[in-house]
Design a protein around this ligand. Structure first.
Ligand code: PGA
Length: 298
């Protein structure tokens, strides 16, 4: 879609949803760029690609603001970031991070909390400053104020430069489950029965199994300057195809990324298997590489 047509579409949607937020999104992100599909041979290559993009952005902006996801998928990316730090290629002393979501009802010290996950898999291995790590808390005194303050904090540092996402088998991004408003902000969100059941085995006490979460909203995620959605494995192939090539719908929250000019789906072959235009995406990515090489030559 041409960028003028795209802007018209945004504006039309703005009347249906939240005019102010959508107008900001449409005008801030107006560019010739499009969502990009990058297909890599395997999971390690997916993580290398994402880590390389983060490193490149950090070289230009050492106080990079990252939005970070939990789950299985980003684990390899975090390992690569730790390796970049250990080899002296990346310094996190000015980097700022925001967690994408957190289970409601869990203390940070709970081993299944996303706070514990991030500490364990990334923060304790790098030189990030504790004051630069921002999290949604699982037991806030005032939920609504906590969510509003989180949004304010993101704005106060100039917004998120790169948001890392996984994708749920139901198309969720963060805990924005199917049916979430496409303009939603950070809020308390009920988990689906499937998500609750998928998590149940991680908890010994049934009373502790989270049924709600705090999550950045879809509108919040869309304001990130760049979005890296990573997916790996054949069990993601169906939902990736629906998100990338299906209609834009709240029933597949990740499909909204089709509107973001700097959203990149970084996929392994298995996760890309059901994409109809797979060969085209590969061809376009290779040619983009040629174009930037020839620009660099002068
Ligand atoms: P996964 O989760 O990375 O563990 O597959 C992704 C998600 O549910 O967002």
């Amino acid at each position: 879609m041409e960028s003028t047509a795209r802007v018209k579409l945004y504006v039309a949607i703005s009347f249906l949803y939240n005019a102010e937020d959508w107008f900001r999104f449409a005008t801030v992100n107006e560019s010739e760029a499009n969502m990009e599909i990058i297909i890599k041979p395997d999971y390690p290559a997916v993580c290398d690609e994402a880590a390389g993009m983060i490193l490149k952005a950090w070289k230009k902006k050492p106080n990079l603001v990252l939005g970070l996801a939990t789950g299985k998928t980003p684990l390899g990316l975090y390992e690569k970031l730790i390796a970049l730090h250990r080899s002296g290629q990346m310094d996190f002393s000015e980097v700022v991070t925001f967690s994408l979501d957190e289970y409601y009802g869990l203390d940070e010290s709970h081993p299944q909390s996303f706070a514990a996950y991030m500490d364990h898999h990334l923060y304790k291995h790098i030189n990030i400053r504790p004051e630069n790590v921002h999290r949604l808390h699982g037991r806030p005194q005032d939920i609504e104020e906590h969510c509003r303050a989180y949004e304010r904090k993101i704005r106060s540092v100039g917004g998120i430069d790169i948001q890392v996402l996984g994708i749920g088998k139901n198309g969720h991004i963060g805990f924005n489950e199917p049916g979430s408003s496409l303009t939603s902000r950070t809020r308390l969100k009920a988990l689906t029965r499937e998500t609750v059941e998928a998590n149940a085995s991680l908890f010994t006490d049934e009373e502790e199994i989270p049924r709600f979460s705090l999550t950045m909203g879809i509108g919040t995620i869309l304001e990130s300057k760049m979005i890296l959605l990573l997916a790996s494995g054949e069990d993601k192939a169906d939902i990736v195809a629906r998100a990338v090539e299906g209609p834009l719908t709240a029933f597949v929250p990740a499909s909204i990324l089709q509107l973001h000019p700097q959203a990149k789906f970084i996929l392994d072959e298995e996760a890309a298997a059901r994409l109809t235009l797979k060969d085209y995406y590969r061809w376009a990515f290779e040619n983009k590489g040629r174009l930037s090489a020839s620009k660099e030559k002068g």
